[in-house]
Design a protein. Structure first.
Length: 262
């Protein structure tokens, strides 16, 4: 399903601390001034630019460290260091051996490409709109996930959270994003794209699986009440070899994709 958001709908969902961090602003008075300017900019952009979300809900199961959706497999990685349990995101789905289907969500969000390309003549305004575009793509993911939980998937129909509570993940379930600690291989976007067709919201993928526009987010959604985020950490050569086999890619290609985790 494809969703279109006005900027004004997403503004309440913006996680401002990340915006201030991107500017490297720590002074509280400067944060107040910067937010005021950012909100004025958002008002000027209203109606001219939009953000988009794309998601699908699939019947799925876990098969070891893979998620299986019909004939498609999403290979994942499992923690190998630290203290047990050694988690993999597939742990939050029923195994195939259970004989019962589970559900998983796939999503992508993006801010309109013009927010990154239409302000080249003014370097300050270009930086402001690019950083706001990043926040709008994340806000679109937050808003979309709320709608999925309460309406489209409906596993949390009675959820009654403030935006502040959502931003600290008080909701049931998780939406790990590609490129983040539990899902570090950005090339998995190629697998997600096969199932979502991201060009519907203007996203194209680079050779490494990075998304363009830069202000884009993709990932998975799990409803399991005990699902939680974790850091994959470092993996060993044995898991790299197994992962490459499951991805159907040369080991050296996967080594490049997972360099930060080796």
């Amino acid at each position: 399903m494809r969703l279109t958001y006005d900027i004004s709908e997403l503004t309440p969902y913006i996680n401002w601390p990340y915006f201030f961090y991107a500017w490297q602003v720590k002074d509280e008075a400067e944060k107040v001034r910067l937010r005021q300017e950012a909100e004025e900019t958002l008002g000027q952009l209203e109606g001219k630019y939009h953000a988009y979300a794309l998601f699908e809900l699939f019947d799925a199961n876990a098969d070891g460290d893979d998620i299986v959706i019909d004939e498609t497999r999403i290979p994942l990685l499992r923690q190998q260091q630290g203290n047990p349990p050694y988690l993999c995101l597939s742990d939050f789905l029923r195994p195939q051996s259970s004989g019962k289907k589970d559900r998983v969500g796939l999503f992508a969000t993006s801010a309109e490409i013009g927010l990154e390309t239409d302000f080249d003549s003014d370097p300050y305004q270009k930086m402001m709109t690019q950083l706001l575009a990043d926040r709008l793509a994340e806000a679109a993911a937050e808003r979309m996930h709320e709608q999925v939980r309460k309406e489209f998937w409906g596993y949390a129909k009675d959820e009654d959270l403030t935006v502040a509570e959502m931003l600290v993940e008080k909701f049931q379930g998780i939406r790990p994003a590609v490129g983040y600690p539990s899902l570090p291989d950005t090339s998995l976007n190629f697998v997600l794209d096969q199932l979502l067709d991201m060009k519907q919201i203007g996203i194209r993928l680079t050779e490494s699986g990075a998304m363009k526009p830069h202000a884009s987010v993709s990932g998975l959604m799990f409803s399991h009440p005990k699902a939680h985020y974790f850091n994959l950490g470092k993996i060993g050569e044995d898991q790299l070899l197994d992962y490459a086999r499951r991805r159907g890619l040369p080991v050296e290609v996967c080594r490049k994709f997972l360099a930060a985790n080796l």
